[in-house]
Design a protein around this ligand. Structure first.
Ligand SMILES: NC(=O)C1=CN([C@@H]2O[C@H](COP(=O)(O)OP(=O)(O)OC[C@H]3O[C@@H](n4cnc5c(N)ncnc54)[C@H](O)[C@@H]3O)[C@@H](O)[C@H]2O)C=CC1
Ligand SMILES: C[C@@H](CO)CCC[C@@H](C)[C@H]1CC[C@H]2[C@@H]3[C@H](O)CC4=CC(=O)CC[C@]4(C)[C@H]3CC[C@]12C
Length: 369
């Protein structure tokens, strides 16, 4: 617990606070950060659930704004001690243009950094992604790697390119002088594939399974491991980093940390079945039902159709050459850097994470009836 001199004096700003991860970070901060006086939530789209938070002891300020607008970011940040920059355009399906992805993820991050310098906000936590490392375009496996594992990070897709550029900006900004003369302290968290309550792609797979009569069809071999981490633990890591950054600035400033917990190593589809199975879905096939070359062909056809139909409508299915390559390349992390640097231990066990996610999927089922 904080002592009384420390109590309730800090102002935090969370960008993207109304998204999937952002909402968990906001709720976690309110539960786990006793030094909070004001929590500002900055997002393009504000959620109605914010209203219920405004009755608590911490002042919750909702700010509708766009990270691509430097003046809006700077105005929101004035007087904040810590910024947790989560806002981003998470698009690997071709919904947004590469230019828009760059503007939000790279220019938006540059605006947050400049606003720190301009307003004197000294601590910046950035939500990066495993995608800044890989899987790379060559499909090299990253097997139980850590932050220091050598890996050829080569990207072509706009999303990983933008996250890698933004992460670099954040790390290079560490040590810059902010208003008042103190050094900016930054660090970046790299979640693997996040799952949990509110995960849109899990929702999509669940509904797809229901449409297919309670079945999903295996496309990826069981041997391909995909790193996953529970949203509550990712949120907890953000809260801890933000809390410890001041005390351990020399150690943590300019560092990257993978987000990890005790979630098991499995293929993307087998992992999803941990939640979808208990909700009545079945994964058909002990091996992929289609040969890989046929999946590549279908994914390429989808990309072609997307391009042809673009003037008329947005066709953005889950399967495209990029998502197939990511799902079909082993990428898992095994590290304890966060534990060594700032004492992180997962707040939620695998059993808790699984139960919470299953309950959420079950609630989707009953709300759909
Ligand atoms: N979902 C995942 O598996 C992973 C996500 N990440 C990163 O975590 C962060 C959050 O991702 P999710 O919560 O999954 O995405 P999300 O789409 O649910 O949340 C992103 C939030 O950012 C807001 N936003 C988008 N453009 C904005 C703009 N121009 N100005 C202000 N707000 C804007 C959105 O309205 C949304 O509330 C992203 O930076 C993403 O790159 C990293 C690794 C894995
Ligand atoms: C081939 C299909 C057969 O069922 C399965 C397609 C699944 C894909 C839609 C997902 C597989 C891996 C996911 C990505 C991964 O978890 C890493 C990510 C990190 C991020 O920062 C953003 C999201 C994502 C790119 C995530 C997106 C969905 C997948 C490609």
């Amino acid at each position: 617990m904080a002592n009384s001199a420390q109590a309730q004096k800090l102002v935090y700003l969370v960008t993207g606070g109304c998204g999937f991860l952002g909402e968990h970070v906001v709720r976690m901060l309110l539960q786990q950060e006793p030094r909070l006086r004001e929590l500002r939530i900055f997002d393009l789209h504000l959620g109605p659930w914010l209203e219920e938070l405004k009755t608590g002891p911490v002042q919750v300020t909702a700010i509708q704004g766009d990270v691509t607008q430097a003046h809006e970011v700077a105005a929101a940040m004035d007087g904040a001690h810590v910024v947790i920059h989560i806002a981003g355009l998470v698009d690997v399906f071709g919904r947004a243009s590469p230019k828009t992805i760059h503007e939000v993820n790279v220019q938006g991050t540059q605006n947050v950094i400049e606003a720190c310098v301009q307003t004197g906000t000294q601590f910046l936590v950035y939500t990066s992604s495993m995608e800044v490392v890989g899987p790379n375009i060559k499909g090299h496996p990253f097997y139980r790697g850590n932050e220091d594992t050598p890996y050829e990070a080569v990207h072509k897709h706009p999303y990983p390119c933008s996250k890698a550029l933004a992460e670099r900006l954040v790390l290079e900004a560490n040590g810059r002088k902010v208003r008042g003369g103190l050094p900016l302290v930054t660090c970046a968290l790299r979640p693997t594939g996040i799952y949990g309550e509110g995960h849109q792609i899990m929702r999509d797979f669940y509904h797809q399974g229901l449409r297919l009569g309670g079945r999903l069809f295996r496309a990826i071999p069981t041997s391909v491991e995909h790193g996953r981490v529970y949203v509550g633990n990712v949120a907890w890591m953000h809260v801890l980093v933000a809390r410890e950054l001041e005390q351990w600035a020399a150690l943590m400033g300019g560092q990257v940390y993978f987000c990890y917990d005790k979630s098991p190593y499995k293929s993307y589809e087998d992992f999803n079945m941990e939640f979808l199975g208990p909700c009545g879905l079945r994964l058909v096939g002990a091996r992929p039902l289609l040969p890989y070359w046929l999946l590549v062909l279908l994914a390429t056809l989808n990309a072609l159709l997307q391009w042809l139909l673009r003037p008329l409508l947005l066709y953005a299915p889950l399967l495209n050459p990029y998502t197939l390559a990511v799902a079909n390349t082993t990428f898992t992390v095994s590290t304890n850097k966060a534990q060594r640097h700032f004492g992180y231990e997962p707040l939620f066990s695998w059993e808790d994470s699984r139960t919470r996610t299953i309950r959420w999927v079950q609630a989707l089922e009953s709300s759909a009836q």
